[in-house]
Write a protein that binds this ligand. Sequence first.
Ligand SMILES: Cc1cc2nc3c(=O)[nH]c(=O)nc-3n(C[C@H](O)[C@H](O)[C@H](O)COP(=O)(O)OP(=O)(O)OC[C@H]3O[C@@H](n4cnc5c(N)ncnc54)[C@H](O)[C@@H]3O)c2cc1C
Length: 496
Amino acid sequence: MHNRGRRRGLQRFAFAKSMRHISGAVTRIVIIGAGFSGSLTALHLLRARGGANLEVVLIEQRASVARGLAYQCWDDNLLLNVPAGNMSALADDPGHFLSYCRTVDPAFGPGSFVSRRIYGDYLEASLAEAVRNTPGRLVAVQDIALALEPGAPDAAWRVQLASGAHLDAEEVVLALGHFPPLPPASIPAAALGACYINDPWDFVALDLLPHDLPVLILGSGHTAIDALFRLTSASNQRKVILLSRRGLTPQGHRFAPTPPLRTGFPEHLARHVPGVRTYLRAVRERAALRMREGGDWRDAINELRAHTPQIWASWPDAERRRFLRHAVAFWDIHRHRLAPSAFQRFEQLQRSGKVRVIAGRVISCAREGSRLEVQYRPRGQAGPESLQVGAIVNCSGPNYDLTRLDLPLVRQMLADGLLLQDPLKLGLEVGANYEVLDARGRAQAHCHYVGPMLKAGLWEAIAAPELRGHTQRLADILLDSLAPQPAPSVPSAPGA
Ligand SMILES: Cc1cc2nc3c(=O)[nH]c(=O)nc-3n(C[C@H](O)[C@H](O)[C@H](O)COP(=O)(O)OP(=O)(O)OC[C@H]3O[C@@H](n4cnc5c(N)ncnc54)[C@H](O)[C@@H]3O)c2cc1C
């Protein structure tokens, strides 16, 4: 650890306390963010070479590593939306997660939808196993990275931490994850106090909401369904309203789905000029054909998954904008499906009248005592209608408009010209080897990004099956850039 860091006593996580001094020429790779992407990058680095001549430092502001935002929850009612057979953290060992699941319950199969809590346990156990196999090579520090400065003496970068310590690094990986949604312009968030929750993943705040008045959820996608389940688990009486522009809600997976088949670029698309309209029509026809043949429309979506980055790359910005304006809501509810039992639970809540879904847009909102008076315009209707609710929860989707993020690290990097936002504000511009591009579009040596903001260039980049591949490739790229090393002398496969 860097001297200054040592002096100030960086707070380490339990499994990293055994760190010893690493002698000889070592390369320090600092990974900012130890959620899914950061932790898997670390895991791949450790596995590949037994960590030889590496010091991997994970910086994480949360009190846990590996779980990140998605898998930190302890609510076993919240399930993965991908079957266990396709959730391995290791691309080269597809059964890795399923083997772990079977240590929890032998009845789990590849088509089981297990809880996100179990998946978090698995990620933590896999990283801990890799750390045990490579003693002293990984340090996990609980702190917040505030700034990244280039050109520190004898290192490519210097990371400034909230504790006052700093770390010098030969390589830096940004794995910052998701950012909370922006409050809608029509909602006076500050005036609503505790009746308005902008961070939909703050379950402590959700649990404190009053039970006697309906809760209005802005959005009707996966995050909205999570919040709905949490709110209705806490109170049997509670009523919830989901309000989104189109009022579309996620479809369900079929029971016991099989992983998507890897096939070549779909012929029914290759026949057309690349474009939103042509491709959507072709996919609809394909889905209808599947169903006529006694199959399932979901296969028509699944077979696109591996090719989505190629399709996205073939569309100019104008076409991408068209997709975002007219088609994304339809795409999302078919592509990002709920676990079958979660879908059934949602349908049951609708049947019981506990949840109502409205297509429309909030126009204004005012606080009247303990109630909120919300004016909204129903879709396709000229005049407004009103709702009386006890609280509003913003589930309108993560914000990746970097200019509107209140995060010191992102603010500083933007101000210093070290980041480049994509024109559609979907995420970050990166080079072919995950290098972070600077404001002038130049790939920056020794600074990489991995995580959901890859969506800017790839579209399909936010779920575990894609991100595990990106973290593996990034680790390979980082290792290739180091001097050749002897074969590892420690076991390389973490058998969690
Ligand atoms: C609620 C939810 C449920 C999901 N469910 C599924 C699913 O069922 N199946 C599936 O395939 N995918 C799912 N996903 C998608 C997926 O797994 C995530 O996109 C993935 O977890 C992204 O990992 P990440 O490391 O980029 O972000 P995260 O895992 O969120 O990690 C980012 C970490 O960086 C830390 N951090 C950020 N800035 C700093 C800083 N400056 N200093 C220190 N630490 C910092 C954060 O505290 C955080 O822990 C889900 C996503 C969400 C949000």
